[in-house]
Design a protein around this ligand. Structure first.
Ligand SMILES: Cc1cc2nc3c(=O)[nH]c(=O)nc-3n(C[C@H](O)[C@H](O)[C@H](O)COP(=O)(O)OP(=O)(O)OC[C@H]3O[C@@H](n4cnc5c(N)ncnc54)[C@H](O)[C@@H]3O)c2cc1C
Length: 477
């Protein structure tokens, strides 16, 4: 696949479906869609399709199926694993959902919002807020990532600890299948046991089973009270102990509980303009605690102070800064959200988006950090992430002065060193970023046997021609 050269008149056929606005073929116009955010991959495509409706998507997919043209669905192109980048070969199109960005319906009574796949997450949050509601998904790429991409990767982010992953935030889907037929599943039901829950097949499928064109999202009451703190901690165990304290005090109030390593914070303070540590002295470990409540007078400030005081007495917290305004809250969050950008600016880095049971996080961070610095002396482990979900980005920065290419040449070794430990601890090699192109080999290794065979059977049943996002997710697929 593909086994036929594309006919020369194909662009005209696409133009007929999409109109002049919906088709880009000039190399300079399509170049940004051919490489990934991290600069790991660069691919080829004969065109960038920009449909404006589900009918246009379906017609394009039918045309592609007829000519065995591979389709790479693309949202905000923020994938960390090269999931939305075409392969370096002919016979492919990138299908961007960017023009399908309408809110079809919002219902504050049902607490649902029906949106198209190209709606950017930050805009979805804003529209929900304008209706007095909350769409709680939140992550560093929210200014670019789109609902279709977020669902296709089952994105997690900062609020999973309270609201779940993208999957838990979705009630219904509209999907164009690889033969161009459409599943009209935009149901707003909280309960619907009518056979296989097909909508869940497409969540986390990374565009390998069809194109998500719209979704029904769950909304929640808007927060009316917040309390946010950055805490300096003596060690990794203290981070887990502090998380347990907050959970025990009021589990429902914890919106986010994030860990940041001292080395990661140092890199951020050195590379991100305007970033300031709101504490008396730097520490080796930090936790960001974010509490919210949907009712006023919930007493979150007292809860925050009470828990931190007890934790300080127990020696689990060395120092803490509690945000006194929305601007201070944003400044604290910036210290967490700019971690990926800071690491990019600090040199070459290798990313490991891993998860373990929450109770094993301190052991995982300690063992992985030791293994990585033994493997590459001078390298800097910069773990950070969603401690409350057991999901840490166990990233490694190159040693200062080392040639970036020489460091990156050891990526496989680095990833294996982390994965060996994560596997022993009962974890996963990809907690929230997916498999994409980067980790297909790992999928074969970790999910082989009956699990992988079942995945292949589903792929063969829905996409017998293998035109949907080839080379992603499934090894050799
Ligand atoms: C700074 C930064 C921070 C991040 N933080 C997080 C985080 O905290 N948690 C997290 O989970 N991820 C995070 N990510 C990763 C990324 O943002 C997510 O994977 C996001 O869900 C991708 O959305 P997107 O619209 O950019 O999708 P893309 O990158 O365009 O595509 C991702 C995958 O989905 C497929 N796809 C896209 N749209 C569709 C569609 N409509 N139908 C079918 N398939 C489709 C693509 O083919 C590809 O396989 C981060 C990324 C960055 C750059």
């Amino acid at each position: 696949m593909p086994d036929l050269p594309p006919p020369p008149a194909l662009p005209d056929a696409f133009r007929e479906i999409l109109g002049p606005q919906g088709l880009l073929t000039a190399p300079e116009d399509i170049a940004p869609a051919l490489s990934d955010w991290r600069g790991l991959y660069r691919g080829e495509a004969m065109a960038l399709l920009r449909p404006a409706s589900t009918e246009e998507v379906a017609a394009c997919v039918r045309l592609c199926a007829a000519h065995r043209i591979a389709i790479i669905p693309q949202g905000g192109n923020t994938s960390m694993v090269g999931g939305a980048t075409p392969e370096a070969r002919p016979g492919q199109v990138v299908l961007s959902l960017a023009r399908m960005n309408r809110v079809r319906e919002i219902d504050p009574l049902d607490m649902t919002m029906t949106v198209e796949a190209g709606l950017v997450l930050a805009r979805a949050q804003q529209i929900a807020a304008e209706h007095g509601c909350l769409f709680p998904l939140s992550l560093g790429a929210e200014g670019s990532a789109m609902i279709g991409g977020l669902l296709s990767t089952n994105a997690g982010g900062n609020t999973t600890v309270r609201y779940g992953n993208a999957r838990e935030l979705m009630l219904g889907l509209e999907v164009v299948l690889p033969d161009g037929s459409v599943i009209h599943g935009l149901r707003r039901l909280r309960k619907d046991n009518t056979g296989y829950a097909l909508r869940h097949l497409f969540v986390g499928a990374e565009g390998t089973l069809g194109v998500i064109t719209a979704a029904v999202l769950r909304l929640f009451p808007a927060p009316r009270e917040t309390a946010t703190a950055l805490c300096a901690l003596p060690d990794e165990d203290a981070a887990l102990a502090l998380f347990r304290r907050f959970r025990a005090a009021d589990e429902g109030a914890v919106r986010a509980f994030e860990y940041i390593s001292g080395a990661g914070m140092d890199a951020l303070l050195a590379t991100i303009e305007g970033a300031v540590l709101p504490l008396a002295a730097p520490a080796r470990h930090y936790a960001l605690v974010d509490l919210t409540a949907s009712r006023e007078g919930a007493g979150l400030a007292a809860l925050m102070e009470g828990v931190l005081e007890a934790a300080m007495e127990a020696g689990e917290v060395l120092d803490a800064a509690i945000a006194g305004s929305e601007a201070q809250r944003a400044a604290i969050w910036r210290l967490r959200e700019e971690q990926p950008e800071a690491q990019k600016r600090a040199g070459a880095s290798v990313k490991n988006d891993v998860s373990v049971p929450v109770s094993r996080v301190p052991e995982m961070i300690r063992r992985c950090s030791a293994a990585l610095t033994a493997l590459i002396p001078g390298s800097r482990p910069v773990p950070f992430g969603h401690l409350g979900d057991g999901n840490i980005h166990m990233n490694l920065l190159q040693p200062e002065g080392m040639e970036p290419a020489a460091f990156l040449a050891r990526s496989e070794e680095i990833m294996h060193a982390v994965n060996d430990i994560v596997r022993e601890l009962g974890g996963s090699f990809s907690a929230e970023h997916g498999v994409g192109r980067l980790k297909t080999g790992m999928l074969a290794e970790w999910r082989g046997g009956a699990e992988l065979a079942a995945m292949r059977a589903i792929k063969a049943a829905l996409d017998p021609l293998g035109i949907m996002n080839p080379g992603k997710l499934l090894p050799g697929g």
